[in-house]
Design a protein around this ligand. Sequence first.
Ligand code: ADP
Length: 615
Amino acid sequence: MKKNDKHEKKKNTGVSSFQKLKAVIKELFPAAAKKFPAFFPLEGLKTLTDVLMPFLGIFLSPLIIDELVSLVKSGERRFDKLIMYAAVLILGEMILTVINRLSANRLSKYQERLDNYFVSRTSEHSMGLDFQLTEDKKALDQLEKANTGMSWYSGGVYGIAEQFFMFIGNALKIGGFVTVIALHAPLLIPVIVVCVIVCGLLHVQNDRIDMDAFARLAQGNRMFSYYGWELVDFRYGKDIRLYDAADMLLGKWNGLVKKQVETWKWQADTQRKFSLWMVLVSVANTAFTCFYAALLAVRGVFSIGTFSQIVEAAGALNATLQGIIWNVTELFKRSNYAYEYVIFMNYPEALVKGDKKVEKGLHRIEFRNVCFSYPGSDVKVLNGVTLTVEKGERLSLVGLNGAGKTTLIKLLCRLYDPTEGVILLDGVDIREYDYADYMRQFAPVFQDFKLLAFSLNENIALTENDELTPEQREKVNALVKQTGLTEMAEKLPRGTDSVLFKYFNEEGVEPSGGEQQKIALARALYKDAPVIILDEPTSALDPIAEYEIYRQFNDLIEEKTAFYISHRLSSCRFCDHIAVFSEGRVKEYGTHDELVNIKDGIYAEMFEAQAQYYR
Ligand code: ADP
């Protein structure tokens, strides 16, 4: 069984709501407390005032009522006790209310901060995920579920902590109310308990439906983000306009909205009857309590003050029990949503990773009978590649599109692991190396490299502008010159500090395709890794410009090992060897001179077809 299937099985079987709640609290609360140390003490303070407030009324109101009754009966005009009770009640309420409001106000400021903090943790984790998982539908769905599960679905840590503290507060209140009622009218307790259980069961039904709807909506939400965020990116604008794709996209969007609305409607329709029953049970409970307590008071079992105390305590108990059921179901429901975050943060790694350190210096790389199929596919994209690249060697990988060249590089860069065979670096299986240390050995420029909407400096050095040392800036400037970006940099409003693209900044510059490729090359050179890989990053250039870039680049990388990929042959002139790929195998291997002389050879044929550019 594959790791991810195992994970899925583990995820779907036998994790009870209670275990999920425990896991959520364990994962979220310590992190939140570490980041925002005042948050939980404030929640505690607010809860304490919430608990104390109703008891002030419950204990003082009967005293006041009985005092009033005895004053009326005796006709005395001594109000000292009455004034004292009223003063304690009013002052107490005032003090508790002020503390409660102040802490609630301070707490509310944490909501957004906590949300942002956990979004940043999810993003950080997604950026560190094994690349393979970024193409894995299950992992993508899990990321979406983690994000939505931590948003308004669960209320995030803020919402869960709020329910958690309300639960503790309500539990304490219930203890107090039950004691008060049990002392005077114990028969009320079982009636209230039965009503509460019935309401609780109805609540559970409602929550099941919520969870069901959440699962049904997850994929749609991911598609919403794609349509809503990705496709409105102006980079898609050209294609959407020229291919008149807007109607198709809007059609798809409307179809999606219709599907989601159907789910929401189903959710509301199914929940309606449960909600109605809850209201009925609650009304019946209150009516019975008032009637029964009044009966006892009329019979003289207790005073008017005690009657008011019981009615108040029973009313408060009823509300608090409803509240605690709500807290418990909300806690389970919210932690059920937030558990998706826990799953995502603990998503099993797709790749095997070791802890060996990579030796400093240049490396010898060997592919031994490497085969590979992309996850979820049986097609062997690589089918037994055996190839050695010596220290400091330049190897050109050529072949038609789809021959498997990029895939081989993805395996070398450990974005995927081979399905058969091994890749060795300095004689050691690359899976044995410490992943981060291994990744430091490579500076690849992929065909679909991405520049960021930050400054030119930051794009090259991948370090924040403010943190760049003078030496690093000098290194960036030197690379700007060496990669032929000087002319572009000189035209920029703020030199290399200028921001690329217009996402965040009106002044953002839009580099041409060729300039973007040069920036990507400068980034690779900046990394100063012992192995350089160029995977057709120059395909936007004409063959002659491409040849020029390779020539300059080849000088710049000095003694480093390099892989150049191209379906054109510009780079082959600078390489010690050329490996010709076809159908996932190395079909021809040798120097340029050896390969052009193979009769009916693939390379010879390609060279003949493209020779006009290179002669
Ligand atoms: P080349 O670099 O030689 O053009 P690639 O290595 O990019 O070839 O692709 C080799 C084959 O693998 C192609 O048939 C391509 O469609 C397929 N392929 C590439 N990437 C993926 C992927 N992420 N999932 C499934 N198939 C893929």
